[in-house]
Write a protein of this length. Structure first.
Length: 364
């Protein structure tokens, strides 16, 4: 089996950390906790970051084993399939949320009208090809464009410094609003779950694990910087601006003789969205194939496309419905996948360690 390098794994982590956090989330969070949303963000990142050591230990104990096989051996086939079905739904709705938010952004900025057919024709074939080609192929593509994406992101942050900004007001929200915001926005996190799903496809050599922490911290710093600059720029009206990364360039889109600079944000968001949808689509199809082993990846891609189109049009074609779902009922799913699943894996590791220690004592 062809495996991905630690760097390719790192760029996948960065794209997952960016997912659903750089456009709409700063505005939604501000409505609940104002600038204290930065502390909510840091808390959720800290909870997510705790998953990384669990993944590394799991990889060290089961270097070439699939997550499905580990869970099946320890929990049984039925429970494992239930867990994988929950992950399938988790990644599917993440992909749908990314598409919905970005679609509205491009509709507002470029087309000023509905262009859903054009969007689906442009996105789905590329995503399908990436999924069928495999994680090694599209991770190399992300790695190739990684520098361009990060440069675009940093440029957007840097340009905002040329506009009026001031220190946001902190510690203005109640504890109740703080914890409610934690719950409402938990679905946008769980950024390291993808690592557990593809653990058998990751090649980690001795001493390389620190690179995963570097990539994760790098992406977290960029997102936190975005939130801070956004709130420093829009101290009162942040709730009105739904496209944070792009809105940082407002009042500075005309810069000397260069012309409109918001094209930088558009291209950066386009690449990030495409890569995120490829990752989540691949995760969906991987879960599908493990649940239904008699069906290959081609079937899973077809099922993904059909479900994507049906749910977008019939159930959550309205932007408000998708956002409301992500804030109120999808967090239940996120809590199960983001926290309960890693805890289960941690218990498996602890039991395994105890068995090894007991075996060593008996041997002595």
């Amino acid at each position: 089996m062809k495996k991905i390098s630690i760097r390719q794994c790192g760029v996948i982590i960065v794209m997952c950390i960016f997912a659903n956090k750089i456009l709409l989330m700063p505005s939604l969070m501000y409505q609940q906790t104002s600038a204290d949303s930065i502390f909510v963000l840091l808390t959720l990142f800290l909870l997510d970051f705790a998953m990384l050591p669990i993944f590394i230990k799991l990889k060290e104990n089961y270097p070439n084993k699939k997550l499905y096989d580990i869970l099946r051996d320890k929990l049984g086939k039925v429970v494992t399939k239930i867990i994988y079905f929950a992950m399938l739904c988790f990644f599917f709705f993440k992909c749908l949320l990314v598409f919905s938010v970005t679609y509205v952004y491009f509709k507002q900025q470029i087309y000023q009208d509905e262009f859903i057919f054009l969007a689906l024709i442009a996105f789905l074939p590329v995503i399908n090809h990436a999924t069928i080609s495999g994680i090694r192929a599209f991770s190399r593509t992300i790695e190739l464009f990684f520098g361009v994406v990060i440069a675009g992101f940093v440029v957007c942050l840097a340009i905002s410094l040329f506009t009026p900004i001031s220190t946001p007001y902190f510690f203005v929200s109640s504890a109740k609003d703080f914890f409610l915001s934690l719950y409402n926005h938990v679905f946008a996190f769980g950024d390291f779950i993808i690592l557990f799903l593809i653990m058998d496809r990751i090649e980690i050599k001795k001493g390389q694990t620190k690179k995963l922490f570097f990539f994760a911290l790098f992406a977290i710093i960029l997102v936190v910087s975005l939130f801070y600059l956004f709130y420093a720029k829009y101290q009162i009206t942040a709730f009105m601006h739904n496209n944070a990364l792009a809105d940082l360039l407002v009042f500075s889109v005309q810069f000397n003789a260069i012309g409109r600079l918001d094209i930088i944000a558009m291209l950066t968001i386009m690449f990030i969205t495409l890569f995120q949808m490829e990752i989540f689509s691949y995760a969906f199809c991987d879960c599908f194939v493990n649940i239904f082993p008699l069906l290959n990846k081609n079937y899973s891609v077809v099922i993904f496309d059909i479900l994507f189109c049906i749910l977008y049009y019939v159930f959550i074609g309205r932007y408000e419905t998708m956002v409301t779902s992500a804030l109120y009922w999808l967090p239940y799913l996120a809590i199960a996948i983001n926290y309960i699943l890693p805890i289960i894996l941690l218990v498996i590791l602890i039991i395994r360690r105890q068995k090894i220690e007991k075996k060593d004592k008996n041997f002595i």
